[in-house]
Design a protein around this ligand. Sequence first.
Ligand code: SAH
Ligand code: SF4
Length: 444
Amino acid sequence: MGGCHSCFAIIRSAPYMHRNMSNTALMPIPGHSDPVPVPRDITPREDGRIDLIGLPKKRIAELFAEAGLDAKQAKLRAKQVYHWLYHRGATGFDAMTDIAKTMRPWLTERFVIGRPEVVEAQHSTDGTRKWLLRTADNHDFEMVFIPDADRGTLCVSSQVGCTLNCRFCHTGTMRLVRNLTPGEIVGQVMLARDALGEWPKGRMDFADNAGSDDAGSDDEAETEYTADGRLLTNIVMMGMGEPLYNFDNVRDALKLVMDGDGLALSKRRITLSTSGVVPMMERCGEEIGVNLAVSLHAVTKDVRDDIVPINRKFGIEELLAACAAYPGASNARRITFEYVMLKDKNDSDEDAHELVRLIKHYKLPAKVNLIPFNPWPGAPYECSDPDRIRRFSNIVFEAGISAPVRTPRGRDIDAACGQLKTAAEKKSRAELDRLYAEKQAALG
Ligand code: SAH
Ligand code: SF4
């Protein structure tokens, strides 16, 4: 990361902003007093062209119309381009063989199909892959792919850094740099498909474009379209950042991911993890409809206030009541409670019993995910002993609630939960404490 660590630094650095982020609007984070610069949906690049990634079909049609196509043409072209972008993974207009050859340079002059830049790709011994990515305005963030026997999960980032500062989380030691745009969020899924070689091959014909141009004169491989077995089957919004503090962009990106005409991933295969931004949870269920995971991590006010400081704003009772009301939650679609195992902090038998009591009290359709703490340099905690974790898990299981222990993945490349942090610099304990106090003050 380029040393620009707070949103205020971005706001103050006028020349820099003018060049790279001229099209930002200040949006208050719900429940938070800091203004965060958020690029609007269209961010013209330095060359004046517009990046189409992250835009819904309707918006693409509007842009084509503004660029001079008549309404009918604009709509048809938007439909074709959209399909090529999200269904076929095209990264240039030249590949779009059902669009007239003369039309393709017209598109190339005005629009681009962006992907975040890949700065570094790492491969863990356990098969986990981590990519360090860079935005067009030079901010680094990460995504992680975790292959399993029966699924492949992409862990997607929603922000560069995080305004919150959960004590056990490495990302929490970064300041928030900015929210990622819908294009940068959906772009992660597209990059993963690029890297895994998972775009369908072969030709695609539109029923309603017959005779509209010289499509068909190109030599595309004559293979049939195949929706072959995919490696990337699930998405978790568990990378860097708090997704519900970037609600609109996360929603718009996930809508693209779920759109049957595009990436077409089922909402049942997408999970959004929140540290507990209560005011946004209902909208998350209503407007996105994905599975919910909640970073609970503690069952008493004292401990949760300390390790998940947003608890001071939205307490455990309020949080669990919002979970009980989460639209779409049922025994078939349970809410996942994430619980990081911290030695002598939150891992006692009493904690396990209280967890069970709370889940039953709020009648929550719940499962518990026990996460062994993943260490990072300067972290103030240790992971609980394996016996302690087993005992904790058994208590919850015996009460009839599923409580598997998550196997840490990708630890050797710092890709495991809570290890994501792009800035290479190491902070001293004093610096970490200062940052903690600063973020606490911002929470009010
Ligand atoms: N901001 C969101 C999503 C990103 S964090 C949230 O907090 O839910 C994804 C998960 O990793 C969360 O449950 C988080 O609490 C957990 N986590 C963070 N740091 C960790 C660490 N060092 N070891 C294990 N899990 C960690
Ligand atoms: Fe932010 Fe989530 Fe890390 Fe907490 S656990 S600091 S909310 S990314």
